[in-house]
Design a protein around this ligand. Structure first.
Ligand code: PRX
Length: 608
């Protein structure tokens, strides 16, 4: 039995006992999607052709992300077009045309020049969504430095680790964040020569050992010529987490801009008249690839909203700014769902044309809900820090199977693979079989290394495939379905958290003998960080100690990374209380199975 429910552009087809399909009715109103026919566009696509849509530096001096994002528009017909509209926490707005953005980013490139910061030097930013962040990122790229954003909810320890690993030479941050999180670790950062502070409440900053950001900008010239930039010159450093060891700094090069631009166009369907809003935090890669670069290379107006999530405020912004393309994430969408559709319907959201989501599995119900709430479904897409840009997507002109991540972008070859006993991988061609999601290397925004860790990088590639660490299935129509992670990393509110980083901080505490950290399923955040702790001999578990450990972790790691729950494990004489393999690795999988009351699976390597 088939039941159809109509919205203006989409038809929801229910087949009894089967998940609904959201069919695109292909009446394009006034904007025809760039990727109007998947098979045709994919067949005709090549990265060489995509590259030709960019300008390159004048005089054939190479390819620079900031030139493509800012200067080529500032030199052309879009010079007076609004590039960024910033909406501050108090509702104040600041507008930046492409011409103004060129002037400001030139100034910041000159600031770096005057400080003697060499090309390739790492310039870090630790700020919320404020205009200085965008100027810092693009000015650094102009100066051919390597831009590295940090997440402002991190505590001092994750910040120290990331600043130290990437040998940060420059840090741009706010006076408040510096005093709270950086001043205490500065001595441990010998490479950090320059700290530029943005004063609170627009006041100049006078902290010893730092410079005032705005004063330095005022004193710098607004003219700057970008030097020759090779496509393979490093441009961006983005930290991500693995199961073990320190955070990994994924390196991206200037050539990545070809993928940022193309995916902005094909997967987010950006057209020149669009008002685009990416809600990602600037500390994560989405905040750079799609919060800064892709919208600007595509010449649209990009909205920057300083304040964090608030459903009603978001609907008002969508209405008042007449947002046309909106890129958000499942945690926020689930929070909106909690409020129901009625609050959404109070607003006139007729400008909205395309909604996309990334970062974690998007529940099928959320896709269907968004059709009811906004008259348009959220289009899920998939990528990761290492891929630099969107790899698999539900495109504007495509029928959506809610729960699926969509199909690979033109120029991207994906496969489901399994490991063989000989240590190679084998492509699984049968549909609906679970395996590891793999990509054929060679797209422009593929990471070119983990900072100073060639071995860790090498291990990501087997038999000519990049192994993503995600488990997935491909159906007979070529749609990909996310199954889970192949490793122990945790996704909490869209943020990837490495359990090892959390365990290490817990073990700093004098009462803790060992710690094992897992992601515990959560209806809103997807997973919550939960720690299992065994105490040193003679230390008794208590509620006061639990609170102390939670506080300790929070002050060292910051709110996002710190565990929300801590459980004490019974201490057994002569036996480790955490389940471990014979080689001494914590079996987090087992901790998780026990927490959830699930079968323990293969425990043949278990020591105790
Ligand atoms: O496990 C996948 C999940 O997020 C991981 C990448 O996280 P990160 O490197 O922080 O990427 C930020 C940029 C998106 C992936 O390996 N993930 C991402 N998108 C999806 C997803 N899981 C399910 N569905 C998605 N659409």
């Amino acid at each position: 039995m088939v039941r159809a429910l109509h919205s203006a552009r989409f038809e929801r087809v229910h087949i009894m006992g089967w998940r609904p399909i959201i069919k695109s009715r292909r009446d394009w109103e006034d904007v025809v999607p760039h990727l109007h026919d998947y098979a045709d566009v994919r067949a005709a696509f090549s990265w060489e052709k995509a590259f030709k849509e960019l300008d390159g530096l004048p005089g054939g001096r190479g390819l620079n992300i900031a030139h493509e994002a800012v200067d080529r528009h500032a030199d052309g017909l879009r010079r007076d077009h609004l590039a960024l509209r910033w909406i501050g926490k108090t509702g104040e707005t600041q507008d930046f045309t492409y011409a103004r953005l060129r002037e400001l980013t030139n100034r910041f490139a000159n600031v770096l020049q005057q400080l003697g910061v060499g090309t390739g030097n790492r310039v870090y930013a630790l700020t919320g969504r404020i205009p200085a962040l965008y100027v810092t990122a693009l000015g650094t790229l102009k100066h051919r430095g390597v831009f590295c954003p940090l997440f402002s909810a991190f505590g001092p320890e994750p910040l120290r680790a990331r600043l130290a690993i990437g040998e940060a030479g420059v840090l741009v941050t706010t006076e408040a964040l510096y005093q709270r999180k950086v001043a205490g670790i500065r001595d441990a950062l010998p490479h950090l020569r320059h700290v530029l502070l943005i004063g609170d409440n627009h006041r100049p900053s006078h902290v010893p050992g730092t410079l005032d950001f705005h004063l330095a900008m005022e004193q710098a010239s607004d003219r700057y010529t970008i030097g020759p930039t090779a496509q393979e010159d490093p441009a961006l450093l983005h930290f991500t987490s693995g199961t073990t060891g320190t955070p990994k700094g994924a390196i991206h090069v200037h050539q990545a801009v070809v993928a940022h631009h193309t995916t902005g166009k094909l997967a987010l369907d950006l057209h020149k008249a669009d008002v685009f809003w990416c809600t990602a935090d600037p500390g994560w890669i989405t905040g750079t690839s799609y919060g800064i670069i892709a919208p600007l290379t595509n010449g649209v107006t990009s909205l920057v909203v300083e304040e964090e999530f608030d459903a009603e405020r978001w609907y008002r912004i969508l209405q008042d700014e007449r947002v046309t393309v909106w890129y958000s994430a499942p945690t926020a969408i689930r929070m909106m769902m909690k409020g129901g559709v009625a609050p959404v319907h109070k607003y006139n959201l007729s400008a909205l044309r395309f909604l996309a989501s990334v970062g974690e599995p998007l529940n099928p119900e959320a896709v269907v809900w968004s059709l009811d709430a906004f008259g348009r479904p959220f289009h899920d897409n998939w990528w990761q820090t290492e891929t630099g840009g969107i790899m698999i997507a539900n495109f504007a002109a495509m029928d959506i199977q809610p729960g699926s991540m969509g199909r690979p972008l033109p120029g991207i070859e994906a496969a489901i693979v399994r490991n063989t006993e000989e240590g190679s991988v084998e492509v699984i061609t049968d549909p609906d079989m679970q395996g590891e999601l793999a990509l054929r290397p060679g797209w422009p925004s593929m990471f070119r290394g983990y900072w100073n860790e060639p071995e860790r990088y090498r291990k990501c590639f087997v038999d000519g495939w990049y192994l993503t660490g995600d488990l997935a299935k491909r159906d007979k129509d070529g749609y990909y379905w996310f199954v889970g992670r192949a490793d122990d990393v945790i996704k909490t509110s869209g943020h990837l958290v490495g359990p090892f980083e959390v365990e290490s901080v817990l073990m700093e505490h004098q009462a803790v003998a060992e710690a094992g950290v897992i992601g515990k399923p959560d209806p809103i955040a997807l997973e919550l960080v939960k720690a299992f702790v065994s105490l040193k001999d003679g230390v008794e578990p208590s509620e006061a100690l639990r609170r102390e450990l939670l506080g300790h972790a929070r002050s060292r790691l910051g709110a996002v990374v710190a565990p929300k729950e801590i459980a004490f494990l019974p201490s057994l004489p002569f036996l480790p209380s955490l389940p471990k393999t014979r080689s001494g690795k914590i079996m987090r999988r087992l901790l998780k199975a026990r927490e959830l009351g699930l079968p323990e699976g293969d425990t043949s390597t278990l020591e105790n």
